[in-house]
Design a protein around this ligand. Sequence first.
Ligand SMILES: [Zn+2]
Ligand SMILES: [Zn+2]
Length: 1212
Amino acid sequence: MSSGLPGKTAPRLLQDLLTYDPRHEERAGRNLLTTAPPHYNPDPAAPRSPAVPNRNCRHVFLNKSEQSKPPRHGEDAAHDTVYKVAAFCSKCLWHLDLTVDFRDNGNRSTPCRPGTDFALHHFQYRPDPEEEARGSPVDRPHERNHSFSCSAPKCPVDVHIRLTPPRFDDQDIVLLTDRAVLRKRWEAAKQLGGDRADATMARPVDALDFLSTYLLDSLNPVKGKSRIPLMNRKFLRTFGKDCDSILKRLGFTNTVELEDDGSSADVWYLPKVGPLAHPLDSVPSPTNILYDARYELVTIISRYPEHERTGVRHDPTIPQPAMNDLEMALGCLAYSKTQGRGAPRNASYEEDHPYYAGLGAVGDFSDALLMFAYSRQVAVDMDNTPYYFECLQDLSIGRASAELQTKVALLASNGQTNRREIAKAYRHFGIEPRHANTINEDHIIGSFRSRLSDESHNMVEETRKQLRIIGSARNSQRILDEASDAIETYEQALSYLGMDIDQTDDFIPTMYTVKVGDNAGSVQTARKAVKIIAEARNSQRLRDFLANGLMPSAEMEVGEAYALLNIGNRTEKIDMEVLKNQLDLQAADNPESSAKYEQAFQLVQQDQAQNYNNYSNDTSAPYSTRHPLQTWPVGCKNIGNTCYLNSVLQFLFTVKPLREMVLNCDTHLQETTPEALSAKKNVGRSKVTAEQVDKARHFVLELRKLFEHMISAPTYTVKPEINLAGLALTKSDEPDSQQVSEESIRLGLGEIGGIPVSGPALPPQDAFVGKELPTPADSVMGDEDANGDTDSMEAMDFSAPATDLDTTNTTKPEPPSRPPPVPPRPQTSNEPTIKKIEFRARQQDASEIMQNIFDLLSCAVVGTGVMRDDEQRDLIKDLFFSDVTTVRKTQSIQRIPELMDTFIVSPGLRDRPLYSCLDDDFGLDTEDDKATARYRYIDVASPIQIINVKRAIYEKGTSAKDESHIKLDKVLYLDRYLNKTMSLSEDELQQRREKQWKLQARLKLAGERQKVLRLEESPEMTMSLPEVVEETAIMIDNISEQQATEQDGSGDSAILDYHQLTADMRTRANELQKELKGIDGQMTMLEQEVDSIFEDCRDYPYRLHAVFMHRGSAGGGHYWIYIYDFQENIWRKYNDEAVDEVDEDEILRKENNNPATSTAIVYVRDDRVRDFTEAVCRKPSLEPSHDIEMRDVIAPDPEYKDFEIIDGVEQE
Ligand SMILES: [Zn+2]
Ligand SMILES: [Zn+2]
C-alpha cells in the first residue's frame, strides 16, 4: 500500500475512533483518527500535552441495528463481503457509520486474521482529496469521512468511517426544550388560541416526547394518525409556530385545510417513509434520518430526571452497545492480550503510554502483537524506523519482558538504531539532528572525509560507525558505502586495524584476528588493510603472513622486551603501572632509543594480555601514571587566585608560533634605547614608553622561563612564578611591580572547599589574616563598588581618571570590545605585589588578562611592520587580530575599521548556539540614540579567533551570572561574518545578511505575540489565553444553566444573552487558538529559515581549539580550560595541576545544576590547526631546577629519589 504513512492496528484505530471528537479537532492540534501521534519526546523537560484533549467525548456507541449489517459469529468474510456497523454515541449523539469492505480490488484475497502472519489489520489512512477540498465549515458541525486501507500485502480490506453530527443541533434543542422559549411560546399560544390554549406551559421533555411519538408513528404508519392540527392545544404550546424549520427538515408537511365547519385550519402531516438506504449507500435516506432523530430524542429524554418525564408516551428502550459489532467487523474481537492489563478501551481517561500509539498498538497487546505492530510500522514507514525501534525498546524495558527484550537485542545487533543514537551520530558530524532533513548526502560525506584525515585510529572507527548509523537511518547506500571500510591509504589501513603508526608489524596478526573475529564479513577488508601496510612498510614478514597465515619470528623477542624493561619474571602477571613506569624511566634515560622501549613495552603488554589476561586499566590509574612524561602536557600549580591565569598560560603555550617566539625571544626583544624607540611603536593605539617596554620585556622573560619549565620539567606539574603572575595581571602601561616573598603570597591565598578561589572576591590581605575566608558568593565579580570600603583605597588608586587620553581618538567611536588605552598611573604604594595581583584579578574582567598579555607581548617585541593608525604589526596581531569594519548608518553611511583581538558575545539568558550569539554581536542593531543603525563584518579574519562570553549580568543592582548554555559547533564557519567570501560577493553576502535581519525581526515580533498568547508574563497561569477564554465561556454557561434551573418558569430573557456571549467567546477562543498555533509554526519555520540562509556558506571553516570554563557564582568560582590536541585528536582538561584526557561530550554538553559555563571560546582556521597549535611540547630534562616540583611520585624507583628537589619543594 502507500508507503511513508504510519499505520494503526485495528484495535488502535478503534481506540482512536472512541476518543476522536470532530468537535475538538482544533484542540488536539491534529486529527486523532487519521494522523499518527507526534513522536514522543522522553526528555522530562519536554512540553507535555494530553494525548486526548480532556473535553473530547469518550464515545459510547450504541447500535442502530436496522441500519447495520454486522458480521455474524463464526462467519468468514467472502470476496464480496461488506460489513457495516451503524451506531450513535449516547453521549455526544454523533452518528457513526463504519464499513469494512472485503471486496477484492486485485489479487488481494487473504484478509488478515488471528493465527496467521498478519494477525490484525494494520490500517493506513487514505486521504480523500474530495473530502479535503471540501474543507471544514467553521461555524457548524459537519460530517467527516475517512478511509483506511489495510497495509498487509494480501489483505483486501478497506475501512470507511463516517461521523455525522446529531440531526438536532444545539439551537434545535434550545428551541424545543428551553424553558424561557417554552414560556414565550405558551404566551403566544394564549394570544393565538385564546380559550383553546392550554392552562400550563409545556415541559422541556414534551416537545422531545411528542416529536419522538410522531416519528414513531410515521415509521409505523397507522391509519388516521398522520394528521396534526396546528390548533391542537398541546401542539400549539409545545411547538407553536417557531419550530417549523425543524419539522420541515424532518419531512413534516403543512397545509391549510377546510374544516367540516367551513373554517380553515393549519394542519401538519407526518413524514412519509420510504425504504432505508442500503447499508453501503453513502447518503442516508430520509427514513434513516427519521430513525437517527428518534435515537437522539429518546436519548435526550432519558437524560431528564424521572420526575420531569412522568407520563411520556414511550419508555425509551436503550439500544445495544455497538462495541462487539465494531470489534468483529474490524477483526479484533479476540486478539492475543498480555496478562494483567485491563481492557484499554474503556471510558477511563488513562491513556496508553505514547509509545504504544507510536507503534499503532494498544497497551494490552501481547508481546508478539507488539512485535507485529512494530514490524508493520517499519514496513510502511521505514524512514521512522529509529523511532519505532525506540518505542519497542522502551516498552520492552517497561514491560520487563525477557522475550521482548531478547528480540529487541537481536534487532539492535543487526544494526537497528533508535532516534537517540541517530541524533548522536548527526551531532558527531556537527549536524543538529533537527536539521538533518535539510542537509544533503554530499555535506555529510564531505564532513566525514574532512574528519577522517584528522582523527586518531580509534576515533576514525567511531566516526565510521556514526556514519553507518546515519547511512542506515537515511537508507542511503551512498553514505553506507562511504562508511564501509573502504581502505585506500596506509593511514586508513592502520586506522582500520586499530593500530598506531609506530606499532610494529608484530601486532598486526593480533589486530587482524580481532578484526575478523568481531565480524567475519570483514576478512576481505582486513586482508586489504594488511596488504597496504605490508607495501607501505615494505615488510616481507607481513606478506608472508598474508600468504600463509603465519608470521615469521619477530624482530624483537618477547623475552628481550621483558629484559629491556627490567622485568625479571615473565611467567606471571605483572603490575601494568610498574611496567609503564619502567617504560618512562628507561625512555627518559635513553631518549635516543625510546622507540625501542616503546616496542618492548607494547610487546610485553600484548604478551600479558594474551597469556595472563592482564589488561592495563587506564581509567583507574592515577593520571600521573597514565602517560609517559614526554607525551603529556604539564599542569600549572595554582599560586593563588590564578586559575584563570593558568588557563590563559596553558592556552598560550599551545599556540605554537607564539610559544616559539617566546622561547626565542632574545632575537625579537625590543631595545629600549631612545634610538630604538624613536621609530613609531604604538600598541593598543598609544605610544609605547621605554618603561612599558622594560616591563613587557621582563614579562616575556618570565614567560620564557615558565615555558621552558613546562617543556623540560621531569615532573607532572610546574609552578608559575609569582613575578609572572604579577606582571600578567598588571597593565602593560603600569610601572613594574616589586618583588615579593613567597611568604606573603601564601598569606594572601586560599582555597574554599579545596577549590582555589578564582580571581575575584578576596578582601585585602590584612583583613582576613587569621580569619575565615569569606564565601565567594558574598562578593561581586568586577564590581568594586559592591565590595565597598575595604577596597576603596586601591579602587581609587587604579580607577583614577585618565589624564592623557590620546586626543586623536576622540573623533572615533569607542571600540566595542576593548576599553580605551589607560595611561600610566603614578605608583602610590609599596604594597606587596600579591595584593595587587589579587586586586587585579578582582578588578579585571577575566578576558582582560589575555588582552593584557597580548599588549605586553607586543610591547616587548620588535614590530615587523606598521599597520593602520601606526599600530605595530607583530606576531600577536598576525595570529589574533582581525580587521573589523563597523558600518554605522545615520543620514550617511560611515565605515569604521578597527583591529580586534576578540569578539564578545552574550548568551542573553537563553540556551542557544554560538552562531546565534555571534549573529547578535555582528547583526543589525541600533545604538542608544535609536537613530543610528549599525552592524559589523570582518574584512580580514585572524587565523585564531577568540570569542569571549559575557557571563556577568546585572539584575536589580546586583550582579549575577548568565548560566545559559552556548552550544558549540566543532567547526565554525566564519563566512557569514565576512565582507565577502570565495563563493559570495560583497553584494550577495549583504543580501543574505539583510534577509537574515528581516527574518530575525519577524521572529522577534512573533516571539512577543506568542508570549502574550501563552500568557507567559503571568507565570501563575497554566493555561494559554484561548484556553482561558474558552474556560470562562464554559463557566458562564454553567452559571446561566444553574440560574435557568433555579428560576424555572420566571422567564428571564437574560439567559438568551448569555448564549450569545458565550458563543462569541468560543468563536474568539477558536480564533486565538488558531493564531497561537499559527505563530508556533511560523516561528519554527522562521528559525529554520534563519539557519538555512548561511547553510551553504562553508568556505572558511575554523576548528574548535579551546574552551575556557568557569563554574561558580558571579562572585567567585573556579576556572579551567579544555584544549584540543590536533596531533593526537583528543581533548584535555587543564585544571590547574591536573591535565587529563576527557570526552568531547564533556565540552559540548549542557549541565543543569550549577553548570560549568564557557567564558571564552577559541577557534583556529581549519587549514592551519596543525601549524598553529601543538598541545604537547615536552622534553623532560633530568637536570633539577630550583623551581620545579614533583608530585604524585608513585613508582618506588630509587633513581627518582636522587632528585633532592622533589621533596624539598613539595614539603615546604
Ligand atoms: Zn460521543
Ligand atoms: Zn488486513
